[in-house]
Design a protein around this ligand. Structure first.
Ligand SMILES: Cc1ncc(COP(=O)(O)O)c(C=O)c1O
Length: 424
């Protein structure tokens, strides 16, 4: 039996409707490329769900992981620590906005947000205040655990679970046009004294279709929340580690969030790891002689040393390989491509920010995750050796930062060919 057949027999894949799913077995990765079991080469144009930073199987990170596995593979993080976590924390605290002072570890993006949410609730609880509402942005996605799912915009993703989710007030992502209105609406919520925290995907809302909003106005919303003492949480799971052109999207803001959630690119795309990074005032609300004020949350693999070693190796590469210069170069190339493809009549709209581009296919019906138009494009691009997993009818280009000009051109040409040739 081939890998594909055995996979079909035993495995249930995430996000894919298994009826009719075409699963591709990948057996090797190198740089911006992955190879299937028949030896076919693909450009990984979506960085394997937006996690890959320096390229697949980068030998430096692979070596550091191997070294760490031989030294210390895991130790419980409750009551113990280890050199890789300490080193990573010191480095990140120096790279994150100046107000961020402490890191809490978990294992993925959803749990990084889940931790932030629980911290926000208990932050108020420990101070004797009952705050039970949240603000989030329309179109936001924060993950698939129950808390993160509740903070996510309502729709097909979470519909079956709706009556089990808590209430969240969704506000429009701020733009130059609606800025005043959004700020007024936020202030009305803040005045009620019931809001525990405002969580947001900063600048680019990934899973919602790579929607982009104004950094300047979002910063004002953060500042307003802070005036009312309400916690602000930047979900940088997707935007962190260079994706928006700065190391963190929050680096664009004048007002810095109190909590930042990191995952995906944190380990260079090698291993699962989540971090919820907090300002001292959050930490202090839990620092107490009363055991009840403890943050009673953790996971068996919290702060895993091999994952931390991968994260440290990834940070080394940011320094050694001038990674942010590559991001700047990709940003320019994507911006030029967006301007070009926007003119195609089969394109509804296109947009870019940092090393992210999104191209909406003109189709019947609204742009959404459940719009099937992207499937045909996905299959066409696969036949050309390009992987761009669409979000409904939105084609997304989120390449690893190591991608060569040649490979990026091949992605552009294949997308253009799809819009110019195949589609009428
Ligand atoms: C902004 C954002 N938050 C959270 C998540 C969830 O992360 P994970 O898939 O690691 O649970 C994602 C995943 O795409 C994301 O884009």
């Amino acid at each position: 039996m081939s890998l594909k057949q055995k996979d079909k027999q035993y495995i249930w894949h995430p996000f894919d409707q298994m009826k009719g799913a075409e699963i591709i077995p990948i057996v090797k990765g190198e740089g911006a490329f992955v190879y299937d079991e028949d030896g076919k080469k693909y450009i990984d144009g979506f960085s394997s769900w937006w996690v890959n930073v320096h390229g697949h199987s980068h030998p430096y990170i692979a070596q550091k992981i191997a070294d760490q596995a031989k030294e210390l593979e895991h130790v419980a993080f409750g009551g113990f620590t280890h050199p890789q976590a300490v080193k990573l924390s010191e480095r990140l605290v120096n790279l994150l906005p100046h107000n961020i002072e402490k890191l809490f570890f978990s294992d993925n993006g959803s749990t990084a947000n889940e931790v932030a949410l629980k911290m926000a609730i208990q932050y108020w609880f420990n101070q004797g205040e009952k705050r039970n509402t949240f603000l989030s942005l329309e179109g936001d996605y924060h993950g698939d655990t129950f808390g993160s799912m509740s903070l996510t915009a309502r729709g097909g993703f979470n519909e079956p679970f709706e009556r089990f989710m808590f209430d969240v007030n969704f506000i429009e992502p701020p733009t130059e046009e609606n800025g005043a209105e959004v700020l007024a609406k936020v202030e009305n919520y803040l005045k009620t004294g019931t809001v525990a925290a405002f969580i947001f995907e900063p600048i680019v809302q990934g899973a919602g279709g790579m929607l982009m909003h104004s950094p300047a106005i979002l910063s004002k919303v953060i500042g307003l929340c802070q005036q009312y003492g309400v916690l602000t949480i930047a979900d940088e799971v997707f935007t962190g580690f260079g994706r928006t052109g700065k190391l963190f999207a929050s680096d664009y803001f004048e007002h810095k969030p109190d909590i930042m959630c990191l995952s995906k690119g944190l380990t260079g795309g090698f291993l699962p790891l989540g971090i919820t990074a907090v300002a001292d005032k959050v930490y202090q609300a839990f620092y107490s002689d009363d055991a009840k004020n403890t943050f009673l949350h953790g996971h068996s693999y919290t702060g895993n040393p091999i994952s931390c070693a991968a994260a440290n190796a990834s940070l080394d590469l940011f320094e050694q390989e001038n990674t942010m210069q590559n991001v700047a170069h990709i940003t320019e190339k994507l911006a030029a491509f967006v301007a070009q493809i926007k003119r195609n009549k089969n394109v509804r709209t296109a947009r870019g920010f940092g090393a992210i581009a999104a191209v909406e296919i003109e189709t019947q019906g609204e742009s959404s995750y459940f719009n099937n138009a992207g499937k045909e494009a996905y299959n066409f691009l696969l036949s050309k050796g390009v992987i761009l997993r669409p979000l409904g009818n939105v084609l997304v280009i989120v390449p690893p930062y190591c991608i060569s000009d040649e490979a990026l051109e091949q992605v552009f040409e294949s997308v253009l060919e799809y819009f110019e040739g195949t589609k009428s």
